[in-house]
Write a protein that binds this ligand. Structure first.
Ligand code: ADP
Ligand code: ZN
Ligand code: ZN
Length: 803
């Protein structure tokens, strides 16, 4: 007896374990761990993953697997084990851990259909339904809904005359194309051409094509070249002279692009010093985590490329993660340029089908390098030699839905399995990583200067409070305006950067720059327009927006925020002659528009590029000599303990956009908080000092990297229920943790209601709590089992967004 352990596609507590299914004789020997199968589950047919096989079960009556969905496993042994690890570390349902590793195209979709019950004739149905179900037709549930037929159907279903079935459908199929090739030898073909009657001229032409080109050709191409029809070709197939067959072809998103091949550059001394230990780890098959710390333009990417080169030469494979936002053509070019067809690229700009095809190339070992955003960390390679995460500090490496994993943790876990190095690169490492490097958990490698020792751009910080005092109420300081005019005259390009995150959400005095903070948490209060309230999302503190500034008594106190559209309008007024390209979510929605706007800018079709954070990265154009940050403050006052870190990183990154080439660059940062250390130190580009200051604050405030965080969020339609449940959880947590842990809450979540569900949270800060995972699991179990209460409890271990 062959039995499969199957994880079914029903994300719930009760089904979060393997179920035993019998493998029917006809599939015996073909079903393997890592394959997807269709299994009966209650009245439904659903998808499941086979995790292992066995010969005995403790259960008597087992149901049979209906059919396999794959011809070969989609998850190898390592990935199946990684799924277990993900489940354990992120406290997610196992089915989510498996699904996240696969391209979207392989996520099953279920279609609900209605059909006649076994042995029932359409004639017994009520009048309007008869015609629909004649000839055993099936009806789409969705269609029935649209046509208002569902009540009728339900009545019949209650009588047992109709039944609902579920059909598992894959979203995307492999792309197949029809190919034609001769079925007989060239000699025979030539004889046939001669023998063909004159009136079969058309068929004769097709055959002659093959006597000239004796090789397979795509049907489409054949029809076009011979100017014939597929019917003519079919006739020859029927005569058994030609044969038609399907072949899988890849959708190639880079089909019409050529990549200029590049060669490894001779490394500078500091690059050589940095790459040495990485190459050593590769050569000796040793797992180690490196933090490659170097300003933008210091030659990190060249180090990635040459490390990968070594890995490929040793017959191994490489994964490179870059943030989605910087997965620009420029970045892709560098990898394609060096390794050509050995590179698969995975990013969200691709269609589901294209992504699937790139994934297939990896699975079939046709490529050696996968470059992509977060989920590329699951690329199904089986002989990894290096994993690289560029811009490792980026928060987009953390997934905010189940499984709530961080790509850095997954990279390290996989690298341990393959005994290979991980390289984390950044100009502004996350505090967590830099602290680990200081403690020698990671191996720190530094690139101290830019290539060609080019100076970093000069940064000037403009105090917007002074502008206001001098009567300038516009969003452009006089200095920035002068410099924009200057660049226009010189025909050089400028980039204007506006941070939209945190749009209109904090309250500030425009005379003195004072920001309303929570008295308990040292975090800015969030403004709520509805009742002019300000709230703290960590502890629940609330207050009215004051009429006067508590600091300077000015009554010019406003909530803060400006949109790109508004900036563009104002630019049009003050610099009507400037040509502006605006890049934000509105102008880059369509596929390819991001790239097109950048190309336009590169080709000098505009003087000013205006945009949100999406322009902060990857931009590397020789003619940019001015970067302006319109308001450094929007990010600074987000209700987030990482606000200072993010501000520093962003300002440093943006500044790095200017003067990357021959022309020297200048940077203007406008702010209402010029004395804030993250603004000040971004001005002098002093990461080390920033690190020290920020670490001190994190220590005092009990935040990472000194403390771990876990966030429990509870939601329910009834406010009272959610508050009571959260309170209960908070009390339970308090009773379980040591006195060193800090338990905050219950407090309303920063987004207090989503889809009519109220949300409350409990935040735990802790250093060493050996029982933490067990305790969190107990909480989850408790609430996930009790589905009737309607309470939803979710847990984020090491959260990045405290919402
Ligand atoms: P980063 O990834 O740190 O921003 P890059 O690797 O992109 O730095 O290097 C910055 C620039 O310097 C690029 O244009 C790159 O081609 C060039 N470069 C890097 N290494 C070398 C080298 N060893 N010799 C010459 N030019 C180099
Ligand atoms: Zn004030
Ligand atoms: Zn607070």
């Amino acid at each position: 007896m062959e039995i499969a352990n199957v994880i079914v596609d029903v994300p719930a507590k009760q089904t979060d374990r393997a179920f035993d299914y019998l493998i029917p004789a006809e599939w015996s020997g073909t079903i393997q761990p890592g394959m997807r199968v269709i299994v009966p589950f209650g009245p439904r047919k659903i998808q499941g993953f086979v995790t292992s096989l066995k010969t005995q079960s403790e259960f008597e009556k087992l149901r049979e697997i209906i059919e396999p969905m794959d011809l070969e496993p989609v998850l190898n042994k390592e990935l199946l084990e990684l799924g277990d690890w993900l489940t354990e570390h992120t406290l997610c349902f196992k089915i989510f851990a498996f699904q996240v590793m696969l391209p979207a195209a392989l996520k099953a979709k279920y279609e609900k259909k209605v059909k006649l019950a076994q042995g029932v004739e359409a004639s017994v149905l009520s009048e309007p339904l008869q015609i629909l179900f004649e000839n055993n037709l099936m009806i789409d549930w969705e269609d029935a809904l649209k046509q208002g037929m569902v009540p009728l159907l339900l009545k019949e279903a209650a009588k047992g005359t109709l039944e609902v079935i579920y059909i598992v459908k894959e979203k995307v199929r492999k792309k197949q194309r029809k190919f034609i090739r001769p079925l007989v030898s060239l000699e025979e073909l030539k004889v046939e051409v001669e023998r063909f009657p004159a009136k079969a001229e058309k068929q004769k032409q097709v055959l002659s094509y093959f006597t000239d080109h004796f090789e397979p050709v795509e049907l489409r191409q054949l029809v076009a070249e011979v100017k014939t029809t597929s019917a003519t070709v079919k006739a020859l197939v029927e005569k058994k002279l030609l044969i038609e067959y399907d072949m899988e072809v890849y959708r190639d998103p880079f089909e019409h692009r050529t990549f200029k091949r590049t060669k490894p550059l001779p490394l500078t001394n500091s690059q050589q010093t940095a790459i040495g230990p990485i190459l050593n780890a590769i050569e000796t098959n040793r797992h180690e985590v490196f933090l490659l710390y170097g300003v933008t333009g210091s030659g990190k990417t060249e180090i990635y490329l040459q490390s990968i080169q070594e890995v490929i030469e040793r017959g191994q494979e490489a994964i490179v993660l870059v943030p989605e936002i910087s997965l620009t053509p420029q970045m892709v070019n560098r990898f394609k340029g060096r390794f050509g067809d050995l590179v698969a690229v995975l990013h969200s700009g691709l269609s589901a089908g294209e992504k699937y095809d790139e994934w297939r190339k990896i699975q079939r070992k046709e490529v050696k390098v996968a470059v992509g955003a977060r989920s590329a960390i699951f690329a199904p390679f089986e002989n990894l030699g290096i994993l690289i995460i560029d811009e490792e500090h980026e928060t987009s490496y953390k997934q905010e839905e189940m499984p709530r994993y961080h790509a850095r943790d997954v990279a390290i876990e996989r690298a341990k399995t393959y005994s290979c190095p991980v390289v984390l690169g950044s100009a502004t490492p996350s505090l967590e990583s830099f602290a680990r490097a200081q403690k020698k958990v990671y191996h720190l490698l530094s690139l101290p200067s830019r290539m060609n020792n080019q100076a970093l751009p000069a940064v000037e910080i403009i105090d917007m409070r002074e502008e206001l005092r001098d009567g300038n109420r516009s969003m452009f300081s006089r200095k920035l305006l002068d410099m924009l005019k200057d660049r226009l005259e010189k025909q050089q390009q400028s980039v204007l950067f506006l941070n939209k995150r945190g749009h209109s959400s904090f309250v500030m005095c425009r005379d003195c720059g004072y920001v309303m903070n929570c008295p308990n948490c040292d975090i800015s209060l969030t403004y709520h327009r509805v009742n002019e309230q300000m709230k703290c999302h960590y502890c629940g503190y609330e207050s009215h927006v004051p009429h006067q500034c508590p600091e300077c008594s000015s009554d010019y106190i406003r909530y803060f925020g400006t949109g790109t559209q508004k900036v563009e309008d104002e630019l049009g007024k003050i610099l009507p002659e400037a040509r502006v390209i605006r890049m934000d979510v509105d102008t880059t929605g369509r596929k390819g528009s991001h790239e097109r706007l950048l190309t336009d800018f590169q080709n000098g079709k505009a003087d000013i590029l205006l945009g949100t954070q999406m322009i902060a990265k990857g931009l590397d154009f020789p003619n940019i000599t001015l970067v302006g940050v319109l308001s450094a403050d929007t990010m600074l006052h987000l209700p987030d303990f990482r606000a200072s870190e993010k501000t520093f990183q962003l300002l440093t990154q943006v500044s790095g956009r200017a003067g990357r080439h021959q022309l020297p660059g200048e940077v203007i940062i406008q702010t209402y908080s010029p004395e804030h250390y993250s603004v000040e130190l971004a001005g002098t580009q002093d990461y080390d000092l920033f690190y020290q200051r920020e670490m001190m604050i994190r220590k005092i405030r009990h935040y990472p990297p000194f403390y771990y965080l876990s966030l429990i969020t509870v939601s329910h339609e009834q406010l009272m229920t959610v508050v009571a449940a959260t309170e209960k959880i908070v009390n339970y947590v308090r009773s379980q943790v040591s006195k060193d842990a800090v338990v905050l809450g219950p407090a309303a979540s920063p987004i207090p209601r989503i889809n009519n569900r109220y949300r409350y949270q409990c935040l735990i800060k802790y250093k060493r709590e050996p029982n933490m995972t067990k305790m969190l699991k107990t909480i989850l179990d408790q609430y996930q089992k009790d589905t009737k209460s309607g309470l939803l409890v979710s847990i984020d271990v090491n959260p990045f967004i405290l919402m």
